[in-house]
Design a protein around this ligand. Structure first.
Ligand code: IDP
Ligand code: MG
Length: 140
């Protein structure tokens, strides 16, 4: 295991319900450190570009609409094995299948409005972090 960084997004369903602090506590309690963080509202173009890999999937249009429906919090999480650890803390994409004690099990509203995004590989983490952050905005 190595110290890694991963990109996390607290999605509009969670910011709308004022859950930023509760979700951040999950990361911190489980050994991830928030080393970069910013609240913003995604433009349609940004959301389309961020989720470009899902362009052909039937839910792409709705996903872009949802992700632009309110503010998000983009953040860089750092820790041992951070990419996989964060996916574990988040839980399954579908909250109905997410393990007990995970963010999605406890907070998600639906398979779409599932409260958090997390990078799925170290390579994607690198790309996604640089989608939102420059090196001068990340402080260990
Ligand atoms: P992940 O966020 O767990 O990595 P992905 O398959 O990469 O899941 O999907 C990206 C996002 O697209 C999900 O987090 C969710 O918001 C949305 N999504 C995934 N599958 C569906 C679906 O079947 N219906 C509606 N939205 C979906
Ligand atoms: Mg994904």
């Amino acid at each position: 295991m190595a110290v890694e960084k991963t990109l996390s997004i607290i999605k509009p369903d969670a910011t709308r319900r004022n859950l930023t602090g509760k979700i951040n506590a999950r990361f911190e309690e489980n050994g991830l450190k928030i080393v970069g963080q910013r609240r913003l509202r995604l433009t349609k173009e940004q959301a389309e570009r961020f989720y470009e890999v899902h362009k052909e999937r039937p839910f792409y249009g709705e996903l872009v609409e949802f992700m632009t429906s309110g503010p998000v919090v983009v953040q860089v999480l750092q820790g041992e094995d951070a990419v996989a650890l964060n996916r574990k803390i988040m839980g399954d994409t579908n909250p109905a299948n997410a393990a007990e004690g995970t963010i999605r099990r406890d907070f998600a509203e639906s398979i779409e409005a599932n409260s958090v995004h997390g990078s799925d590989s170290l390579g994607n983490a690198e790309k996604e972090i640089h989608f939102f952050f420059s090196d001068t905005e990340i402080f260990e």
